[in-house]
Write a protein that binds this ligand. Sequence first.
Ligand code: ATP
Ligand code: MG
Length: 478
Amino acid sequence: MNLKKRLIISNAAILAVPLLATIAASFIFIVVSSGAFKADIGYENAKRLTEIHYELFKASGNILVESPEKLTEKDFQQYIASRLSDIKADIIVLRKNEAVFATKQLNKIDVEKCLKAGNGGFFGHSVNLDGTDHIVYVSSFTFSNGDQGRVILLAPTAKESLTFEKFVLFSLAVFILSFLITNIAASFVISRSILKPVDRLKRESGEISRGNLEREIIEEGDDEIRELCRSFEAMRLKLKESVYMQMRYDDNRKMLVSSISHDLKTPITSIKGYVEGILDGVAGTPEKLEKYLKTIYSKAVQVDNLIDDLLLYSKLDLNQVPFQFERTDIIGYFKDCVSESEYELGKWGIKISLRTEIQGFRHVMLDRERLKRVVLNIIDNARKYMDRPEGEITVILRETASNVLIEIQDNGPGIAKEDLPFIFDRFYRADAARSQRAGSGLGLAIARQIVEGHDGKIWAKSRENEGTSIIISLKKAK
Ligand SMILES: Nc1ncnc2c1ncn2[C@@H]1O[C@H](COP(=O)(O)OP(=O)(O)OP(=O)(O)O)[C@@H](O)[C@H]1O
Ligand SMILES: [Mg+2]
């Protein structure tokens, strides 16, 4: 249920239930009292009762406004008596418990009864004298000489009138009671549907703030609270993801630092070794010296290349160099690539050829320089790891409805299954490659960054001892 609806319903119930309960109870009261006591709590009775109360109240007010001595004056006594006779009421004035003026003769016991009843409840005060119910008002005062004085006002009422009083009291009690019960019940229901889920949410978010991101936040309660739970759960998942990413970044950074230091240290250590050799006069002959210097030069070139690769890699990683995309005929582009590498590969006894299966649209948006870097890195790997005297590299161009697929295939040693998923990771080198050939493990990582910069994909297929295929998929130009 919706929270707003629930609040409206509970507020309405707090008002409506006591009203209905009071009406129902009043109805039962009327039926029962008219049946059992033959009492009529009708309008006329209610009116007469109100009149009596009003007159007695006014009269007692009048008496108190005047000085107490006035009560002993004949004229005033007559005036009061005539006023009270309209409602058939009587007055008894007491001075030190002695009646100094009375329109009705009462014995001592009745006077006591009246005085006692005069201190009764809110509706004045009823007393039974000679079998008739009377309403009684009592006011106290002091005469000028210090005597205590009291005025008793008495008015006879029908039995029904008193039943009406009871009726009003009863209805009021029913209303107050049912109002309290409904209130408590409504608060209970509201607190169950709002406070319980909110409390739970509070606990869960406490867990999150203490760093426990594993506990799922379950949706419960009204619509609005469910929505709140959902937002919290989304926040928890985001937070968990970012913590995980942060951990991965940290691991990556550590890996990067250790790989860079390792890859830089190896050639520099050997440069240091050769230089020491020369200084110590180990390279005795000019031939030996030349050999040492050539090795030093090749190691320096290796460090230089590594630093170039690192710089390029980190620039790509930070998206620092923007790509220059040009609409390019992919077949023409690869014809050029193949013919450019033919000569160099020929020196190593490796043949390269192009096969195209593209029939239709052949244009792709390329950063030509960057993609050349990708192709060269892949061809360079094929050459570097080639272990056959008749090495062959085939570039195959294919197409799907929206993509161009470029496969660069070699018949080299292949890549072991357990290495295949990692060859595009930076600094990753299969153990075999590590021991045999120079390299830093950045070639394919750079290739992947460049291809992804083209919104393309790159992956590898390989069988050990049969060869490797690196496949690039690029979107056709619009
Ligand atoms: N054509 C291939 N044949 C066999 N193994 C390959 C081939 N291409 C890549 N590999 C494996 O994948 C690893 C990663 O290649 P990558 O080009 O990223 O690094 P590298 O060639 O070792 O070093 P770099 O290219 O930075 O000089 C290589 O070390 C090698 O083990
Ligand atoms: Mg390489």
